[in-house]
Write a protein that binds this ligand. Structure first.
Ligand code: NDP
Length: 328
């Protein structure tokens, strides 16, 4: 069997942590033949709960799970990790906007950047889930200069998968035959879920759905507001779908996207499609041999360009606010 890979999950005692650790231990992230060692990090007040999760992982007797490190010390938890899934963050309480939690979170991501930089294995791939995910990952990148920018990403795959799910429900075609939606920009309510290049069973999604008013209206708002709808229904935020899409994100990044399929990832912007440079922006990407590349040459109509600009503008604003919070 191959050498085990070390996977860090921060905020591991939280909701998403509780959902993602068993998925990783079952091979949903790195495949069914890749042994793993889980590194779980949480803060001191969550220490006991974290120990409970560790006990349950032992009790589950996973064949692929070669070890568990449970720690409240970031330096220890980051030692030798090959993949880092950053879920830990200050929660957005009722009525709080993303921006209110910004100052708490950028401070956390600045500190964790240096723990990762000093301790992670060379080539470590980082996925930030905690909100504001794009800006947290940008702060992490800025404060971990020895980690290549292309190794630091944020999660928009859940939004991507939500868009696939909506098209599947609307068309009655299984989600496995729905492809190539795009989430542009920020993982926030300004994100733009774009169906203009999507296909359903190989045919253009607009043709199959046959209802542009829906696709340009309710479809977009449903995807943008899905998180709030889950909180309303469950009384808790989405955790299993967030965990599952984080596994999808790392799996496709490491093992490659299927031929003819792209996925959405928040990556350090090179200015493609007029997106602002110097922010982490969600683009359509394909992955091969552990490297992502932005899909080029897609035609963008006027209304799409306007939405892509609006979400980019928000990211530039968030970046300025984050810098202000950090006094930089
Ligand atoms: P969750 O596990 O539900 O969520 C964790 C983070 O993921 C939040 O920032 C949340 O943002 C974000 N997130 C991104 N996408 C989604 C999505 N689709 N659905 C839900 N959340 C999403 O939070 P818990 O409070 O259960 O767990 C957080 C853990 O982090 C706790 O164990 C806590 O102890 C730990 N923590 C760690 C800190 C640190 O590392 N220094 C600091 C503070 C807490 P949003 O709030 O916008 O939903």
């Amino acid at each position: 069997a191959p050498e085990p890979k070390r996977i860090l999950v921060t905020g591991a005692a939280g909701q998403i942590g509780y959902a993602i650790c068993p998925m990783i231990a079952r091979g949903a992230m790195l495949g069914p033949d890749q042994p793993v060692i889980l590194h779980m990090l949480d803060i001191e007040p969550a220490k006991q709960a974290l120990e409970g999760v560790r006990m349950e992982l032992v009790d589950a007797a996973y064949p692929l799970l070669m070890g568990v490190v449970a720690s409240t010390d970031a330096e220890e938890a980051c030692k030798g990790v090959d993949v880092a899934v950053m879920v830990g963050g200050f929660p957005r309480k009722a009525g709080m906007e993303r921006k209110d939690v910004m100052s708490k979170n950028v401070a956390i991501y600045k500190a964790q950047a240096s723990a990762l930089e000093k301790n992670a294995a060379p080539g470590c791939k980082v996925l930030v889930v905690a909100n504001p995910a794009n800006t947290n990952s940008l702060i992490l990148k800025e404060h971990a200069p020895s980690i290549p920018a292309e190794n630091i990403t944020c999660l928009t795959r859940l939004d991507h998968n939500r868009a696939l799910g909506q098209l599947s429900e609307r068309s009655g075609v299984h989600v496995g035959k729905v492809k190539n939606v795009i989430i542009w920009g920020n993982h926030s309510s300004t994100q733009y879920p774009d169906v203009n290049h999507a296909t359903i069973d190989g045919k253009p999604a607009r043709e199959v759905i046959g209802d542009d008013a829906y696709l340009d209206g309710d479809f977009i708002s449903t995807v943008q507001q899905r998180g709030a709808a889950i909180i309303k229904a469950r009384g808790l935020s989405s955790a299993l779908s967030a965990a599952s899409s984080a596994c999808d994100h790392i799996r496709d990044w490491v093992l490659g996207t299927p031929e003819g399929t792209w996925v959405s990832m928040g990556v350090y912007s090179d200015g493609s499609y007029g997106a602002p440079k110097g922010v982490v922006y969600s683009f359509p990407v394909t992955c091969k041999a552990g490297t992502w590349s932005i899909v080029q040459g897609l035609s963008i109509d006027e209304p799409s360009a306007a939405k892509m600009k609006a979400t980019g503008d928000e990211l530039v604003e968030e970046k300025a606010l984050a810098m202000e919070c950090l006094g930089e």
